[in-house]
Ligand binder design. Structure first.
Ligand code: ADP
Ligand code: 5GP
Length: 209
């Protein structure tokens, strides 16, 4: 649709590390073309296979703190003792192009984005059906040591209490079913009434363009 008629939309995805967000997003992208995945900046070390500029922009705490001072982040938070943040510039660019902008951010980030950009935001909380299954997936993924996994589990037990702040909930049991739900939410996010420029829509509707 014409950019004058519709703004870009934000889709926030949150959920405990290991619940399957990346796996679901991979499938999600097969159904969407006009999207932009917000690549966060982080001070955590890259996992095996992660690529700088693709999965994250990996940086130092000093550089991150400089970006905070310069007002470069839409939001940032400390998660699992590392900084994570969303840079403002590429987000504004993607929104001005009418794209669906996808954020994989934590609960703190969700609250901050909601406070700033609620009228264009849709959010979904994703988790495993049980804590036990989360532990199993984190162990199976085999990307983090025992201490890191324990920290992620501890955090998950806190994060789960925020699920009712979100518009939608997906219990990622069957990956196929869960990805269908995420695609449905992505489509709904793009037709939120507050994304549309009312005056322009009405003018066209009245035949007064
Ligand atoms: P996140 O991005 O939320 O940290 P990942 O997508 O990396 O999680 O998934 C964590 C692990 O769980 C991976 O090994 C992935 O293959 C597996 N996984 C994801 N979804 C499912 C599912 N529905 N059933 C079983 N295993 C899953
Ligand atoms: P991971 O280290 O597993 O990639 O991510 C850990 C957590 O940080 C996840 O809950 C993820 O959603 C969150 N996260 C990733 N990027 C950002 C970001 O830019 N901002 C915020 N607030 N959280 C983020």
């Amino acid at each position: 649709m014409d950019k004058e008629l519709q703004k870009g939309a934000i889709l926030i995805i949150s959920g405990p590390s290991g619940c399957g967000k990346s796996s679901l997003l991979k499938r999600f992208y097969e159904h969407f073309s006009n999207y932009y995945f917000s690549i966060s900046t982080t001070t955590r070390a890259p996992r095996t296979g992660e690529v700088n500029g693709v999965d994250y922009f990996f940086t130092t705490p000093e550089e991150f703190e400089k970006d905070i001072e310069n007002g470069n982040f839409l939001e940032y938070a400390k998660v699992h003792n590392n900084y994570y943040g969303t840079s403002l510039k590429p987000i504004n660019q993607a929104l001005s192009e009418g794209k669906l902008v996808i954020f994989d951010i934590d609960v703190q980030g969700h609250d901050l984005v909601r406070a700033k950009l609620n009228n264009i935001t849709t959010s979904v909380f994703i988790t495993t059906p049980t804590l036990k299954e989360l532990e199993r997936r984190l162990l199976l993924r085999n990307t983090d040591n025992k201490e890191i996994i324990e920290n992620r589990i501890k955090n998950a037990k806190i994060e789960i209490h925020s699920l009712d702040k979100y518009d939608y909930l997906i219990l990622n049991d069957n990956l196929e079913e869960a990805s269908k739900k995420l695609v449905a939410i992505g489509n709904i996010a793009l037709i939120k009434a507050s994304l549309f420029t009312k005056e322009n829509i009405i003018n066209i509707w009245l035949g007064e363009e």
